[in-house]
Design a protein around this ligand. Structure first.
Ligand SMILES: [Fe+2]
Length: 352
């Protein structure tokens, strides 16, 4: 069996296994003969590789056995597994069981990282996952994936990528120690409630600092992911050079996911608006180098994406200028709108 690109598929090959969509429903059955319409479908849905049985090379095309790897289904399963294990840890910590062995998370988390960094499309992947779960659970897994990607883009080794993923997954575990109704509260929170929420960084660290299975980088990320380079962060008001590196990575991932997710008390903003916010925040407190690496890599994933503009029109992103990541060139019908020069129009939404 060998992996081939869908570009190498020829008409008449037959699927030897069912193909599923990301919800687990069969969309093409075993035995289906590949036609032009199927090739177009694969292209449209980002299916890039197929496994075929090499034994079939000597037999007529119609009996080729093609097995598709449906990346989204793999990703959904891996995401759900990590999410389930994270929830277990979350409820354990909430019930004061602080001595869990963090290594129980490793197999599932490594599986998720492998898929995410090989796919190289973390945002596209995250957008297709729609789980009916509370924000603070999906946020943990999203920040884990984004932190791993940032470390991969930075060129760090696998052990650091894993530590980043674990740091992202557990960064907000201290939220188990604040009044839970605050996590689900609708509408704005007042100053007193905000001060209570801010306690999560210190409470997470304090609760788990004696758990010897937790790497110190992960504990440091729990404690310091809200520090900012200008000293305005919490709990310690550290300056950039004093804040551990992985805590700064998690901070960028945390801000991006928070502002692009549907939260209870604030509707999400488009990823392009989020680029502007991250850029602005990098002048105020997020690590500028990490922000730059994050933005320049992640923006490229939006080429060819359809977007809804503030004037109601729908277009396609055709070019992203690295100096104006949040204001790309958009093709609408036969016209081009350069948002880097036309400030009367905004991107309201990226259409999945
Ligand atoms: Fe936090």
């Amino acid at each position: 069996m060998r992996e081939i690109s869908v570009d190498e598929l020829t008409l008449g090959m037959c699927l030897s296994k069912d193909i599923y969509n990301d919800l687990g429903n069969i969309i093409l059955s075993q035995g289906t003969e590949i036609s032009n319409k199927h090739l177009a479908y694969f292209q449209k849905h980002g299916i890039i590789s197929i496994y075929i049985d090499e034994r079939d090379n000597s037999v007529p095309a119609e009996s080729h056995k093609a097995v598709k790897i449906y990346k989204f289904k793999d990703l959904n399963n891996a995401y759900a597994e990590v999410l389930g294990q994270f929830k277990e840890v979350y409820f354990n910590v909430q019930n004061k069981q602080h001595d869990f062995d963090v290594e129980i998370l490793r197999p599932a988390l490594e599986g998720l990282i492998e898929i995410v960094i090989s796919d190289n499309d973390v945002l596209g992947s995250m957008r297709i996952i729609a789980l009916n779960e509370a924000y603070h659970f999906t946020h943990a897994v999203n920040v884990s994936m984004l932190s791993a990607m940032i470390c991969k883009w930075t060129g760090l080794e696998n052990d650091m990528i894993y530590l980043a993923a674990l740091s992202g997954l557990l960064h907000d575990i201290g939220k188990t120690k604040v009044p839970q109704e605050l996590l689900y509260k609708q509408g704005e929170i007042n100053e007193q409630e905000y001060e209570l929420l801010k306690m999560h960084a210190k409470l997470g660290y304090e609760s788990l600092k004696n758990n010897s299975s937790l790497p110190r980088e992960v504990l440091a990320s729990m404690l310091f992911h809200h520090e900012r380079s200008d000293g305005t962060g919490y709990p310690s008001g550290l300056k950039e050079e004093q804040t551990p590196y992985l805590a700064r990575v998690v901070a960028v991932a945390d801000v991006f996911d928070a502002i692009t997710s549907d939260k209870i008390y604030r509707s999400r903003v488009s990823s392009f608006k989020a680029f502007s916010i991250i850029k602005d925040e990098s002048f105020r407190g997020l690590d500028p180098k990490i922000s730059e690496i994050f933005l320049s890599n992640i923006a490229a994933f939006f080429i060819n994406n359809r977007v809804k503009l503030s004037d109601g029109r729908v277009g396609e992103v055709v070019y992203i200028n690295k100096y104006a990541l949040n204001r790309p060139l958009i093709k609408v019908s036969n016209d081009f709108i350069d948002l880097s020069t036309d400030y009367s129009i905004e991107i309201d939404e990226v259409i999945s």
